[in-house]
Design a protein around this ligand. Structure first.
Ligand code: SDX
Length: 428
């Protein structure tokens, strides 16, 4: 195989080196394109064909439906690891031994209190505020209470900021949910595991001891693992480009939370349940909604279907679909929308419109059904996605900073007015 790409522009030839990843992906290194050609750039809206970086964190093969974190298959991690272990793996590159994991968790516990003043910010929000907007605001507000975590350049300062945010985001997630429910805020318990502690803060009633349900704990742990990273998706790219200006970790994460909120991205898990509820209210008429999804004049899309990278089953969707059956059965929960979801999936997988466009269920299609069975309100679903994606965002931000990546600043092709003289207002 040649190690160069040749380009011809107006009869002149240019060569650019090819880069090859450890999974044999090939990229054309165009770092010198604009200078070599006197100003020619590439154009790729949505970056469908453009790599923004080299990364060693997560590998996806969209055609084969493969997802690996630091080389480990998602199926193995979901089945054999716990979320804190996977967080450590994503951020630092290796599965921790017991002693390392214990110290990591202990360092997080030492940071698990949130300044009481933050409650005043939460109080200022109306109960109706969408939790994603609240979480993005609170994450950014944390910089005010943790100034030493703003400009982190050394690995030690990064580590301290990382354990701090891993400790405090679960508190903010829990308090955001309880604010909407009109429930008092509950503090964590350092004797509990990381995900056990999240469940306690989210669900403990003020007048009762919280009794952990192993089914709920396992289901949430697995969901958080499945959401933990997904290479250069929209929100992760937002975290990276924000951090590339050397804005701090907390505000870079706040930007990522905002990007994830969109219904085309992480907001889809809430939109899926709302769609399934609408279909249920509409006598379960899935055929009507399939027709709407295929109608180019109808903005309706089959939420939870399709993916920029996966042109095969999203491996996470397969695991979540199986887990949904198990969790609902174990909890004795009957949820009619699960059957509607399965019916929609079956119809779509047999419909040429979806088959031709390689549209399969993605991570968001079934996740909301489990969240709901766990007692998590629909408007909190994307917040739970943020909680899962937190270690991935952190890992990607840390990699970008340690690799000393340049500030992100794409070019453009200008299509506006060419030069014209100013016209005084009386002559307009
Ligand atoms: C996530 O990138 C990641 O990794 C994201 C994520 C992560 O872990 O970070 O995996 C999480 O965001 C999953 C995706 C959640 N979003 C949804 O479920 C919303 C519904 N899906 C779509 O809006 C869409 O599929 C996207 C946004 C996910 C992907 O869009 P693309 O890659 O830009 O594809 P496209 O819009 O160009 O669609 C290609 C064709 C179009 O039809 P044609 O113009 O070729 O005729 O497929 C159609 C689209 O109209 N299409 C759909 C569809 N998704 C694509 N038609 C109906 N329903 C859909 N859901």
């Amino acid at each position: 195989m040649s190690d160069k790409a040749r380009l011809e522009i107006n009869g002149k030839f240019y060569e650019f080196p090819l880069v090859k990843g450890t999974e044999n992906e090939i990229g054309i290194d165009i770092k010198t394109l604009r200078s070599a050609t006197g100003g020619v750039i590439t154009l790729d809206p949505g970056y469908k064909n453009t790599g923004s970086c080299e990364s060693g964190i997560t590998f996806l093969d969209g055609e084969k439906g493969i997802l690996r974190y630091r080389g480990y298959d998602i199926e193995e991690l979901a089945d054999k690891a716990d979320f804190l272990e996977v967080a450590y793996l994503l951020i630092f590159g290796e599965l921790p031994d017991a002693e390392t994991l214990e110290k990591f968790h202990s360092d997080i516990k030492n940071e698990s209190l949130v300044d009481e003043e933050l409650k005043k910010i939460i109080d200022a929000f109306p109960k109706s505020a969408h939790p994603m907007g609240v979480l993005a605001s609170l994450t950014s507000a944390l910089t005010a209470f943790n100034p030493s975590s703003v400009n982190v350049d050394s690995e030690e300062a990064m580590y301290n900021a990382i354990v701090r945010i891993l400790a405090k985001i679960p508190v903010l997630v829990a308090w955001t949910m309880r604010k909407r429910q009109g429930l008092p805020f509950v503090y964590g318990d350092n004797s509990l595991g990381y995900v056990e502690n999240i469940l306690k803060m989210m669900f403990q009633k003020p007048n009762e001891e919280y009794v952990q349900n192993p089914i709920v704990l396992d289901a949430l742990d697995k969901l958080l693992i499945l959401h933990a990273d997904h290479e250069q998706n929209c929100s992760t790219s937002t975290v990276r480009i924000t951090g590339s200006s050397h804005a701090g970790l907390f505000v870079s994460l706040s930007a990522g939370i905002s990007a994830l909120w969109g219904p085309l991205h992480g907001g889809a898990n809430q939109a899926v349940i709302e769609m399934l509820e609408n279909i249920k209210e509409d006598d379960g008429d899935t055929k009507k909604y399939m027709a709407k999804a295929k109608d180019k004049n109808d903005p309706f899309r089959l939420m939870g279907f399709g993916h920029r990278v996966y042109k095969n089953f999203d491996p996470r969707a397969k695991i979540i679909k199986k887990s949904a059956d198990e969790v609902l059965a174990d909890l004795g929960v009957e949820d009619p929308v699960l059957e509607i979801a399965k019916g929609l999936e079956k119809e779509a997988l047999e419909d040429p419109y979806f088959v031709d466009r390689k549209l399969y269920p993605n991570v968001d299609f079934y996740s909301g059904i489990i969240y709901r069975a766990l007692g998590i309100p629909t408007e909190m679903f994307t917040v739970m996605f943020s909680l899962g994606r937190l270690p991935g965002w952190i890992a990607q931000w840390r990699e970008m900073r340690l690799r000393k990546e340049p500030i992100g600043r794409p070019r453009q092709i200008y299509i506006g007015k060419t030069h014209r003289p100013f016209i005084p207002i009386e002559k307009r």
